[in-house]
Write a protein that binds this ligand. Structure first.
Ligand code: GLY
Length: 422
């Protein structure tokens, strides 16, 4: 099987590594890729938001399967075009990708499926903002305001704050730019990311993970695209995991089938485990980053065959997934000033090594690897338990050099210490 992976982040680097372990995957291509993925796949610099360009590339490389990593091409309908060209594609249709691309659609699906989620309100008129802020946050007895960009914003459009002035300024800024604002009730409790491979009503959950969205230790500073992750979650009881699959993901998948928007691909449930049980923060239509780097490090089953089965409507026939024992911890190394405008062009050393996945990197003409984005590398450590995986990850982090870079030092620390309870 020849697999073409679309995307350029550490998530796609992780997908390529896992695909390479599948004996049925003979060759790999990636578009556009990064300096790290070049060692695993032939690279093609195409516009991945262009359906025509992706289809032309898939034909040119003779792809048997196209795996679309990021949400933007999915929301734009690139998976539909690949399928229409007669090539198997792992990734939902434009219609089903609205579960991530349209908050209103997602809320409607969840309501119809009877799934618990945050209450929310969309504000598109600055004149209505103050009254709406009064209905959320501490003004309404909740711990914080949750203010989101109603469109795709890679996590960075989210502000969670106890300070009304900060909430108001973020919302007003989004409205000024012409973006509707989503106000949500704050969901208290530890967060879980559960990725499920879905093909219609067939749902195959992967190991649960947790990510770290704030830039600084102890969840300080602004939100980012994700600064680290670990998997599995020793504090999450098996019965809650079953409840998430049976009472949340399966009803949502069935509801999508029922309304003619059947989902085929990776359905990502982002949840908070509240005192009233699991509640959905958001659904995404693709693998999460950086959780994927931890989850796939532990996958023993052949990823190419699993994704191909979902893409061809035969997911119900695959063998139960097999996992390596132990834990995986991912630590993101970010460029100076990230999540603000990152400094790019710095030379990185020590990144061409096992466990160091590339995200915002490029290869200069002289061969040097340089930073080219905010999240530059995702370093994955594994071990018999979280303590061993953490120490493996941080040892690898310390062997990388990137001037001005920063990373969180507390990824998975509270879980390792047994401080997370539900
Ligand atoms: N880890 C957050 C995301 O992928 O959206």
């Amino acid at each position: 099987m020849h697999v073409l992976v679309i995307g350029s982040g550490a998530r796609e680097h992780a997908l390529l590594l896992a695909l390479k372990r599948d004996p049925q995957v003979e060759t790999l291509s990636v578009a556009p890729g990064n300096a790290g993925t070049a060692a695993l796949a032939d690279q093609h610099d195409v516009d991945v938001t262009s359906a025509d360009a992706v289809v032309a590339l898939a034909r040119k490389v003779g792809a048997d399967l196209v795996v679309i990593g990021p949400e933007v091409p999915l929301v734009l309908g690139v998976a539909d075009a690949v399928r229409a060209a007669g090539i198997a594609c792992f990734g939902p249709s434009q219609d089903a990708a609205r579960i991530e691309g349209s908050k209103a659609f997602a809320k409607d699906v969840m309501s119809a499926a009877g799934v618990r989620t945050a209450t929310s309100e969309i504000v598109d008129n600055p004149g209505h903002l103050d009254a709406a802020l009064d209905r959320f946050g501490p003004a309404a007895g909740q711990r914080a305001w949750v203010v989101k960009d109603d469109g795709l914003a890679a996590g960075k459009g989210v502000v969670v704050t106890e300070d009304r002035a900060v909430a108001r300024a973020h919302a007003a800024g989004l409205l000024d730019e012409g973006h509707p604002v989503l106000l949500e009730s704050f969901l208290d409790g530890p967060e879980v990311s559960l990725f499920c491979v879905v093909d219609g009503e067939t749902v195959v959950p992967l190991l649960p993970a947790q990510d770290f969205k704030r830039v600084g230790d102890n969840d300080s500073g602004p939100n980012t695209g994700g600064m680290g992750a670990y998997s599995p979650l020793p504090w999450l009881p098996e019965e809650i995991l079953t409840q998430i699959v049976e009472e949340i993901v399966k009803p949502v998948a069935a509801e999508l089938v029922q309304r003619g928007s059947s989902f085929s691909g990776l359905l990502y449930a982002g949840l908070a485990i509240t005192s009233a049980g699991p509640s959905v923060v958001e659904f995404n239509c693709r693998f999460g980053d950086p959780e994927t780097q931890s989850v796939l490090a532990l996958l023993d089953s052949p990823l190419g065959q699993v994704l191909h089965a979902a893409a061809t409507g035969t997911l119900a026939d695959i063998a139960p997934l097999q996992w390596r024992p132990g834990s995986a911890v991912t630590v993101v190394i970010a460029a100076e000033n990230y999540p603000g405008r990152p400094r790019v062009g710095d030379v990185i050393t020590g990144s061409d090594t096992e466990g160091v996945l590339h995200a915002g990197t490029a290869r200069r003409d002289d061969g040097a690897v340089v930073s080219s984005g905010g999240r530059v590398l995702a370093v994955v450590g594994t071990g018999a338990d979280l303590a061993a995986a953490r120490s493996d990850a941080y040892a690898r982090v310390n062997s990388v050099r990137l001037p001005g870079s920063h990373f969180r030092s507390d990824i998975a620390l509270r879980a390792e210490r047994g401080e997370i309870t539900v």
